[in-house]
Design a protein around this ligand. Structure first.
Ligand code: CTP
Ligand code: CA
Length: 221
């Protein structure tokens, strides 16, 4: 139904979407990650495809089947995600970064399973590249959209990310019961470059995706 009703207003556009968590391996059998399900990113990829866009979806590990007619690139770590994203950035008209990228990775992943030993163990972490910030620095005429999941001070935190990463729009949400990582619904507030914001009600992620695309198309025109 959503397919039939979707306006074909992204025909001829290339849309790059990222989804899911990243995994930062400590050793071959252990990693640092987060509970992102990938649902929001996949919903955006499907919605963009329904509107006629050519969609590339760069995704961390998820359990969601690849949407029809979407080019899926599966990655694991933030570094793999960065490589895939930068490879496709110049071709893309619209880039939407939904992925929950790990901010840090273990300094060095062990080649073999780490054996249990001392009572205390220290794990040293190294900062990952901020992919979205790099996209913002390199962007020419692409529309760049980010997400910000916060536990407090949504407006301040999302607003700062919008400016710091040179985005056209950011979708912020307070992580909660009907909103966030593993749910089918989300409650987001959209923040724009002119300082305005648009709070949306709790909605299915598919519906959030379509509103997001409507607003992006609005920015472009
Ligand atoms: N992001 C990214 N690369 C990273 C970290 C984040 O591309 N290494 C992107 C996310 O995909 C998201 C946006 O930046 O679209 C905001 O992510 P978030 O974790 O909320 O912001 P950070 O800048 O990492 O700040 P912090 O975690 O300290 O709040
Ligand atoms: Ca982060």
């Amino acid at each position: 139904l959503l397919y039939c009703l979707s306006p074909k207003n992204l025909e001829g556009k290339k849309v790059l979407v990222t989804a899911g968590p990243t995994r930062e391996h400590i050793d071959p059998v252990r990693f640092i990650s987060n509970p992102s399900s990938g649902k929001m990113g996949y919903a955006i990829a499907r919605a963009a495809e329904h509107r006629g866009a050519e969609v590339v979806l760069v995704t961390g590990p998820t359990n969601i089947p690849v949407p029809l007619n979407v080019t899926e690139i599966r990655v694991r770590s933030a570094r793999e995600m960065a490589t895939a994203v930068f490879e496709h950035m110049e071709d893309s008209h619209i880039i939407i970064k939904t992925a929950a990228v790990a901010d840090y990775r273990p300094g060095e992943a062990a080649a073999h399973k780490i054996k249990k030993g001392a009572d205390e163990k220290v794990l040293t972490l190294q900062k990952n590249q901020d992919i979205l910030k790099e996209l913002g620095a390199r962007k020419k005429d692409q529309i760049l959209v980010g997400f910000a999941a916060e536990t407090q001070e949504l407006e301040k935190n999302a607003g700062e990310k919008l400016v710091r990463k040179n985005l056209d729009m950011i979708a912020g949400n307070i992580v909660g019961e009907s909103s966030g990582f593993e749910t089918d619904t989300n409650q987001v507030t959209l923040f724009y470059r002119d300082g305005t914001k648009e709070p949306l009600p709790v909605m299915e992620k598919d519906a959030v995706a379509h509103i997001l695309l409507d607003r992006i198309i609005g920015i472009k025109n």
